[in-house]
Design a protein around this ligand. Structure first.
Ligand SMILES: Cc1cc2nc3c(=O)[nH]c(=O)nc-3n(C[C@H](O)[C@H](O)[C@H](O)COP(=O)(O)OP(=O)(O)OC[C@H]3O[C@@H](n4cnc5c(N)ncnc54)[C@H](O)[C@@H]3O)c2cc1C
Length: 349
């Protein structure tokens, strides 16, 4: 594990800037470290523990590299879908390669989560009555290594309710774009997918009813995602404390307050996940995701103020500039802050 964290420290900038070799090596590294098995029952090939332990594992990675943590999230979320799927054959077939990091699991479910909130139509459609052919486009999916499988929610032409499927990269009709030209997290192997007459059948179905499955998967999807914010905020607050120096008198109290707020939000998240509270109370999880995103912004401000001009030097490896770019991802990853605020406003009305 320590080897992997050292490797991440040495490659965090390369992963952010899109070094191809580092991006390709990342998932295998995460797999070999055992991180992807945390919170997965031993009977399924994991090392046991809770979903909260998996959140902490993602946070630990995010303290070193948000690119790595996001890839870890996508992979771990995909694993969670299989754990919650009634399709045991698919789970048994796919889990070993996913847990070991030899196969990549891509979560193309932003569109599905927006669909669930009534924000957009599903971008992929199934034709036929089983087996089916898929048509459509996935504008964003990360963790698209050489051997990936992507989870998608799909509308059905026969009028049946949308379902959730796993589509492997080597299936006829699947086309991956070049990596998107992003400002950060460039090593996350993020691209668009086009599906043209892609054949699928029952063996590929993660769940037959998306509207049942997605709300059930959402606490894991969102909870694990919160690990990104927790780890990034912890890293920035740690750097702020390290560089406090002459600003101690002014920044000491806000820094202590920010550390306490972050710790309280993390504790509330882990407790809610352990109690299964967010299945019935999704707004509580939405509010925590928003609060943690605010913790990240506050942590970066404090790191900047504590470091001063040194943070602005490219030739001093403080890591601030990378974290600043990484932080820009937190408010927009689905569900985005504005989307969550909209959901909360709708519920309040
Ligand atoms: C590095 C990176 C990796 C990504 N990887 C993946 C991935 O692996 N899988 C995946 O599925 N997606 C992925 N995405 C997509 C991402 O999660 C978001 O879906 C995407 O950034 C939001 O789409 P948009 O900005 O095109 O939204 P738009 O629909 O164009 O909306 C623009 C903004 O308005 C907000 N908005 C839209 N409608 C509403 C509304 N009704 N109420 C309130 N706010 C609204 C949106 O949230 C967004 O902030 C990735 C994005 C990035 C940057």
């Amino acid at each position: 594990m320590n080897d992997t964290l050292d490797w991440l420290d040495g490659h965090a900038l390369a992963l952010d800037e899109g070094d191809v070799a580092a991006g390709q090596a990342l998932l295998g590294r995460l797999g070999r470290s055992g991180l992807l098995r945390v919170g997965v029952p031993a009977a399924q090939g994991g090392t046991g523990g809770s979903l909260g332990d998996a959140v902490d594992a993602i946070a630990q990675v995010a303290r070193h590299s948000l690119t790595a943590a996001f890839v870890c999230w996508g992979q771990r979320a995909f694993i969670e879908y299989l754990l919650q799927s009634p399709n045991a054959a698919l789970r048994e077939r796919a889990l070993p390669g996913l847990l070991g990091g030899e196969e990549a699991g891509a979560t193309g479910l932003s569109n599905a989560m927006k669909f669930l909130s009534g924000l957009e139509q599903l971008g992929v459609r199934a034709f036929g009555a089983g087996p089916w052919t898929l048509q459509g486009r996935v504008p964003w999916a990360s963790n698209l290594g050489t051997r990936f499988c992507v989870a998608l929610a799909v509308a059905r032409d026969d009028g049946a309710p949308p379902f959730v499927v796993a589509v492997p990269a080597d299936r006829a009709g699947v086309a991956r774009s070049a990596d998107l030209d992003l400002i950060a997290l460039r090593g996350s192997q993020t691209a668009a997918l086009t599906l043209a007459d892609v054949p699928i059948d029952d063996a590929d179905v993660i769940h037959p009813v998306a509207r049942e499955f997605l709300p059930r998967a959402r606490p894991a999807f969102l909870g694990l995602q919160c690990g990104l914010s927790i780890g990034l905020a912890e890293a920035a607050l740690g750097a702020a404390r390290e560089h406090l120096g002459p600003a101690r008198a002014v920044l000491g109290t806000p820094l202590t307050d920010a550390e306490a707020a972050l710790a309280a939000h993390r504790a509330e998240l882990l407790q809610g996940l352990a109690e299964g509270r967010f299945l019935a109370d999704a707004p509580a999880l939405f509010r925590l995701r928003i609060a943690l995103a605010q913790d990240v912004q506050q942590a970066l401000q404090l790191e900047l103020l504590a470091s001063g001009g040194r943070a602005y030097h490219r030739d001093q490896p403080l890591g601030f500039a990378r974290r600043w770019r990484e932080a820009a991802f937190i408010p927009i990853v689905t569900p985005s802050l504005s989307q969550l605020q909209g959901e909360l406003a709708k519920l309040a009305a």
